[in-house]
Design a protein around this ligand. Structure first.
Ligand code: AMP
Length: 204
């Protein structure tokens, strides 16, 4: 099964993609992670785009993605998280492979802003928490696991969050029309377990 997970920042699509990957036994491919772990010769170029919060050019994104989805572990399918992010990527992708279902996880801007403003992670071990929603740290300043300092991502300030949501609405949301025949809408304003259940039910 080949699945795409699409949703605004804070919708929990990465979390759900990771859970579904275990449930369905197919790899979870996060395009952001592919870029962060790219080979040395590409790293410098990719980091420049990512540090500015800009999208990596479509052709380069497709080249890196293509290499990954044709590896043997993707034979039974994959879950793509973070791709496509605009119409051009969606149409280029169509020339490479077909897709079975697109899972859209919906979330209001108000809730996205709240979730992203509360998002923190441990400076030492990278464990993620949210000071407003689950999983909450026992102490808002320190990691439950190792006691390290909890910090926010530099792009999780209100201004940058609004900008990222604007890009989602303007560039990513129009893609959904392209997939309307295979689109499944899931309410992202529920707890993690309920969202997982809804996704599993919708795939039956
Ligand atoms: P993420 O981990 O999904 O927040 O992505 C981190 C960064 O990777 C983004 O800010 C972009 O610079 C880049 N990126 C992620 N997905 C894409 C994509 N589909 N197309 C181009 N650039 C992307």
């Amino acid at each position: 099964m080949k699945l795409l997970f699409i949703g605004p920042q804070g919708s929990g699509k990465g979390t759900q993609a990771a859970i579904m990957s275990k449930q369905l036994n197919i790899p979870h491919i996060s395009i952001g992670d592919l870029f962060r772990n790219a080979e040395e010769e590409l790293k410098e170029e990719l980091d420049e785009y990512m540090e500015q919060g800009k999208l990596v050019p479509d052709e380069l994104t497709l080249k890196i993605l293509k290499k990954r989805i044709f590896q043997p572990d993707c034979k039974r399918g994959f879950i793509l998280d973070g791709f496509p992010r605009n119409l051009n990527q969606a149409s280029l992708f169509k020339t490479i492979t077909d897709i079975d279902k697109v899972i859209e996880i919906t979330l209001s801007d108000q809730e996205a802003i709240k979730r992203l403003s509360g998002r923190v992670s441990c400076e030492k071990c990278n464990e993620s928490y949210n000071i407003f929603t689950e999983p909450k740290p026992k102490n808002p300043l320190h990691c439950d696991l190792c006691g390290g300092k909890l910090v926010r991502r530099t792009d999780d300030n209100e201004r940058a969050i609004k900008k990222r949501l604007e890009i989602y609405h303007n560039e990513t949301e129009p893609i959904l029309k392209e997939y309307q025949d295979i689109l499944i809408k899931i309410n992202g304003e529920q707890n993690i377990d309920k969202i997982t259940k809804d996704i599993l039910n919708s795939l039956k």
